[in-house]
Design a protein around this ligand. Sequence first.
Ligand code: NDP
Ligand code: 8X3
Length: 252
Amino acid sequence: MSKIALITGATAGIGEACAHVFARERYDLILTGRRNDRLEKLASQLNAEYNVEVATAAFDVREREETIKILEDLPDEWKKVNVLINNAGLSQGLDPIQNGSYQDWETMIDTNIKGLLYVTKVVSNWMVNNGSGHIINLGSIAGKEVYPNGNVYCATKHAVGALSDGMRIDLLPHGIKVTAVHPGAVETEFSLVRFKGDEARAKKVYDGFAPLTAVDVAETIWFAVSRPAHVNINELTVMPTAQANATTIFRK
Ligand code: NDP
Ligand code: 8X3
């Protein structure tokens, strides 16, 4: 029987790239995100290209009851999840704390922290029952450093780092690995979402240097997942060569 990976936020960017990489590696997939049309399209593409089974589940990770119900309603054979990639996440706004929007703060906290927890609780219980598993949490360089106006987004990603450490301790007796992956700038829909559809502002983020691609991050995740059974990578920071830290980018 094939291994199974559950990927949150598979409709775009890093999650979508992970779906391709794990399908290539012969994993059957559970793909989630809110945009069902994209999930369906990706599922048929991966099924045709790699001949893997793909289940889709469209839900908003901020909705606790819905998230739990949709996951628990999956057929038992899909609950043998080997790899959970907690990738769904976003930033909203880039403002000094005194000007921040309550709505933006709640969206980030509810998605990046609470949503990740809802999915993790359900799937980690399956992994405990299965006696093994690997959880990958998408942190960020924003979870290692704090940059100007990054306040709440940085706090959510620091929380992902702390939760990864906590999960690793609690799940240790159950043979479950936990890896936090912290990328620097990756060109995806991330900045478009952060700047609420302002394409010119989003594009400027990546001007004058080569950012990471979603595939670069997906391959890094695959590296962590493909280590031997006795090896776990606790955390991994992956940056564009032109980016030294959260705020230092060498632009041509
Ligand atoms: P994208 O915006 O390209 O993709 C984000 C994904 O998250 C989408 O599939 C989106 O799906 C999903 N998502 C967002 N909100 C929700 C929600 N409420 N419920 C369910 N799914 C949701 O961004 P990236 O691929 O770049 O980001 C992926 C992860 O990587 C995030 O956690 C981000 O913080 C992190 N990261 C990104 C970096 C970057 O520079 N791009 C760097 C470091 C970390 P949909 O809209 O269909 O729901
Ligand atoms: C995304 C990278 O530097 O915009 O997490 O926070 S950054």
